[in-house]
Design a protein around this ligand. Structure first.
Ligand code: G16
Length: 560
């Protein structure tokens, strides 16, 4: 590193001193904390993004968001050249950078890392970083910090893409690196054109009735509602009523949004008795999660149709199209392609969903919580569908399968226009374009759900009845130090602190179909508790007992 670069880094970093007495970690989805302490972290992630761009000779993304967290929090994460999450190999560097105590320490770390990673620091290809932020007001000053971080690497360019959903930024990074057009209009076009194609291919007679035609969407008072309002102008085949768009004065994620609806299982603000029986959906604060729900007539209760059920719907549809594509009448076609279709879940997946998926003959795999893990696993299949129960997920298509599909589509065009096989090929190609290949995307997921329901001729009630969830409960416990909890086996088994595992197992044994696990959140300073059992009372009781155990082993009373 030359002297000009060194002194630029020393000078700019001295304007962003790190918060005292705080240890930050690149958790489940980047750094998250109270927005007031994040400037130095975001500045440093700006540096990291520029270095990542130099290393990969590609465009990198930097998103300022704390997604489902409360409005006073904020966060920052990186999108890699593929549009996916930052490679996990770089996370320790991100941690070290964020926690470096002073400018000298920071520059020393950067010099060492540049050397170790062989980053072409003074190369000809300038670094380029796309910046995005959600609607949090703290995002404005954090964006400035990110710009300063990027431009403290000589020649690096930061492009402000404005207020975006997180998946939009990931999509833009991917598009730019594939030399595609990458504006918001291009994103809307990318979603709406395959959606229209799927709607045109709906089998005769599968239209759902008028009562089921309207969709009501809770935008979490975040960025998603506004973007959905823009997107829906691109087609007239969907009636969407957007509520909680943030313009009505509600607070981001407060009593609204996918995280609230999924965890609390109650009606979000802005919804009520007049919505009973209608198809409703909820986005989270940065629109990377989607759940559906039905308002029940009593006590603000809902029937939740979560990520597991979205996954099931997608899997059934894809499986059906593959079966049509590979057969002619009852015979398998000659150039049959054995596409490996797999689904990926986490420990939060409702046990009933996993049983259902396995009964459909699907290969089901598990990873720890975090899209970065699920995405990686799903990419091992020709068609990998991943979803967390909280509504974060997508469908990945391998390049090899897409090449075969395109060739098959061309072949079928010359043979039998309008055949069922041709339609199946077109539908799968449309799904691969509609569904975000970079990351889970509530807007593209929502359009796919809507298209598939119409294809099947299903109301939300029929979809909901695919299987019945086992009653479950999720709780949060505040502890002294959440890093004291260590888990294994895709987070199903707690190995530290000693004794907690045995105590949890003893509780589980008291409940028919009981299942419970605990894990440290990577986005909030808490331990999460999940419990499932044969009745709601039993799930609540198991959850409460396990939460008490967590408090006993790790809570504030345990340290006194
Ligand atoms: C992020 C991750 C998700 C994860 C969620 C909760 O979502 O992208 O994969 O499920 O955090 O993580 P944890 O339980 O560790 O707090 P989001 O929507 O907040 O970005």
């Amino acid at each position: 590193m030359n002297e000009e670069q060194r002194s630029l880094l020393l000078k700019s970093s001295s304007r962003f001193p790190p918060p005292q007495g705080v240890k930050l970690s690149y958790g489940t989805a980047g750094f998250r904390a109270d927005a007031s302490i994040l400037e130095s972290t975001v500045y440093r992630v700006g540096i990291l993004a520029a270095l990542r761009s130099l290393k990969t000779k590609s465009v990198i993304g930097l998103m300022i968001t704390a997604s489902h967290n409360k409005v006073s929090d904020n966060g920052v994460k990186i999108a890699d050249p593929s549009g996916g999450m930052l490679t996990q190999n770089w996370e320790p560097f991100a941690d070290a950078l964020a926690n470096a105590s002073d400018p000298g320490d920071l520059v020393r770390l950067i010099i060492e890392f540049v050397k170790k990673e062989n980053i072409p620091f003074e190369g000809v290809c300038p670094a380029e970083v796309l910046l995005g932020r959600d609607t949090r007001s703290s995002g404005r000053s954090l964006l400035e910090a990110a710009k300063q971080g990027v431009s403290s690497i000589v020649g690096a360019i930061a492009l402000d893409m404005g207020v975006l959903t997180t998946p939009q930024l990931h999509w833009m990074v991917r598009a730019r690196n594939k030399s595609m057009k990458a504006s918001e209009v291009d994103y809307f076009e990318q979603l709406s054109s395959p959606f229209r194609c799927l709607m045109d291919l709906i089998p005769e007679g599968s239209k759902i009735n008028e009562m089921d035609d309207k969709l009501i969407v809770d935008g979490a008072n975040g960025v998603g509602g506004e973007k959905l309002a823009g997107l829906k102008k691109m087609f007239n085949s969907l009636v969407i009523d957007v509520r909680n768009s943030g313009k009505e004065g509600g607070v981001l994620n407060e009593g609204v949004g996918a995280d609230y609806v999924q965890k609390e299982k109650v009606v979000p603000c802005g919804f009520g008795p007049s919505d009973v029986g209608l198809r409703c959906a909820s986005l989270d604060g940065d629109a990377d999660r989607l759940v559906y729900f039905l308002v029940l007539p009593k006590d603000n209760n809902i029937d939740l149709i979560d990520g597991d059920k979205i996954l099931s719907l997608f899997a059934l549809f894809v499986k059906e199209q593959l079966a049509i594509l590979n057969t002619n009448g009852n015979e398998k076609i000659n150039n049959y392609y054995h596409a490996r279709l797999g689904v990926v879940q986490t420990a939060y997946a409702n046990g009933a969903s996993t049983d259902y998926l396995k009964k459909q003959g699907l290969e089901v795999l598990f990873t720890p919580t975090g899209v970065k893990y699920l995405h990686e696993k799903a990419a091992e299949f020709d068609i990998g569908i991943y979803f967390e129960a909280n509504g974060h997920g997508t469908i990945l298509f391998s390049e090899e399968f897409l090449c075969w599909l395109e060739a098959r589509d061309n072949e079928l065009s010359s043979m039998s226009k309008g055949s069922e096989q041709k339609k199946a090929a077109l539908r799968l190609l449309a799904v691969s374009k509609l569904i975000n290949q970079a990351v889970g995307d509530a807007l593209s997921g929502l359009l796919l759900v809507e298209a598939i329901l119409r294809h099947m001729g299903w109301s939300i009630h029929i979809w909901n009845a695919l299987y019945q969830d086992l009653p479950s409960r999720q709780l949060k416990v505040k502890v002294v130090d959440r890093t004291a909890v260590v888990t294994e086996n895709a987070e199903t088994v707690v190995v530290k602190p000693p004794g907690l595992r045995e105590a949890i197992n003893a509780e589980i044994a008291k409940y028919p179909q009981g299942r419970s696990f605990v894990r440290p959140s990577g986005t909030e300073d808490i331990i999460r508790v999940y419990a499932e059992a044969s009745t709601q009372d039993a799930a609540d009781s198991l959850g409460n007992s396990v939460a008490r155990l967590v408090d006993k082993f790790l809570g504030f009373s345990s340290s006194s």
